[in-house]
Ligand binder design. Structure first.
Ligand SMILES: NC(=[NH2+])NCCC[C@H](N)C(=O)O
Ligand SMILES: [Mn+2]
Ligand SMILES: [Mn+2]
Length: 324
């Protein structure tokens, strides 16, 4: 196999190796179907493209994890969170899976699943990067939503609207079986978090973003400055010497390109803008992990193929496909 014609990473010891975790999980929100996304993405050829066209050496157990054995018999709402024990158990397990890949010096690609799974992926990379490099990583969160509700500010109780709060320590819980397992070395700093694509932020979330001075580029900022300038500013905030975890919610894209998703919001990114964000992150040579989440092939079924194609495109771009 030829080595990837991609930009080598500054932070990976094995930059042609890619750990892949397929997560068929939907418990962070209420609409079934998002658990079918990994199979749909893989069936459409995503992983073979990464090996055959991009030259990555994949580390994948060839299964879509559903974590059925972790599902409690009953999982009543707790502190307003729906499926608290189930989401906690799945993300804790996922954290270990992602950690193992990242600790081995590989880039990690996680195919979700709803966005609650980022509690697992980001905690896993964050710890591994700290241990391997003694550094704190940055998170680029591309999304229509901020997903930074605490259990108390959330109107829906859906945990896919809360992952950033748990990952940054804004939300904390003593109960070990409800995210109390998250340790300091698995968290990320609010200073190292950058949002791109926001356009549907809850009132309580706006207060949090403002009070903590969190860096965020809304669709308004993209309209004003253009995606080129926004990426310069976003990456400038992170700096050139920081590993990056890219968490990409497909609903950042306009429903025109990604209609099959649980919480679509009009006025989003074009597919080309989404691809450009992913390309710019690749170009930094600092990408250590990527999540692609919230593809739900059972919603707006006529647009499912289009949504899956868009998701595949975002992943390929982040992994260097479109750069010369
Ligand atoms: N990952 C997502 N699509 N999140 C949507 C969150 C919507 C809303 N802010 C909530 O808290 O429920
Ligand atoms: Mn979203
Ligand atoms: Mn999201």
């Amino acid at each position: 196999m030829t080595s990837p014609s991609t930009i080598p990473s500054k932070f990976l010891t094995k930059s042609n190796e890619l750990g892949v975790v397929a997560v068929g999980f939907s418990g962070g929100q209420c609409k079934p179907g998002v658990d079918a996304a990994p199979t749909a993405l893989i069936s459409s050829g995503l992983l073979s493209q990464l090996t055959e066209e991009l030259g990555y050496d994949l580390h994948h157990d060839n299964q879509v994890h559903t974590y059925d054995s972790l599902k409690p018999a009953s999982d009543p709402a707790y502190r307003n969170m729906k499926n608290p024990v189930s989401v906690s158990a799945v993300t804790q397990q996922l954290s270990e899976q992602v950690y193992a890949h990242a600790k081995a010096g590989r880039c990690v690609l996680t195919l979700g699943g709803d966005h609650s799974i980022a509690i697992g992926t980001i905690s896993g990379t964050s710890r591994a990067i700290r241990e391997r490099l003694g550094r704190e990583m940055a998170v680029i969160w591309v999304d229509a939503h901020a997903d930074i509700n605490t259990p108390e500010t959330s109107g829906s109780g859906n945990i896919h609207g809360m992952p950033v709060a748990f990952l940054t320590g804004l939300a904390k819980e003593e109960r070990k079986d409800v995210f109390g397992w998250i340790q300091a070395d698995q968290r990320v700093s609010l200073k190292k978090l950058v949002y791109i694509g926001l356009r549907d932020v809850d009132r309580g979330e706006k207060v949090i973003l403002r009070e903590h001075g969190i860096k965020a580029f809304t669709m308004h900022d993209i309209d004003r400055h253009g995606i080129g300038r926004v990426m310069e500013m976003a990456l400038g905030h992170i700096g050139t010497d920081t590993p990056i975890h890219l968490s990409f919610d497909v609903d950042a894209l306009d429903p025109q390109w990604a209609p099959s998703t649980g919480t679509p919001v009009r006025g989003g990114l074009t597919l080309r803008e989404g691809d450009y964000i992913a390309e710019c992150v690749h170009e930094t040579g600092s990408l250590v992990a990527m999540d692609l989440v919230e593809v739900n092939p059972s919603l707006e079924a006529v647009g499912a193929a289009e949504t899956i194609r868009a998701g595949c495109s975002l992943v390929r771009c982040a992994l260097g496909d479109t750069l010369l």
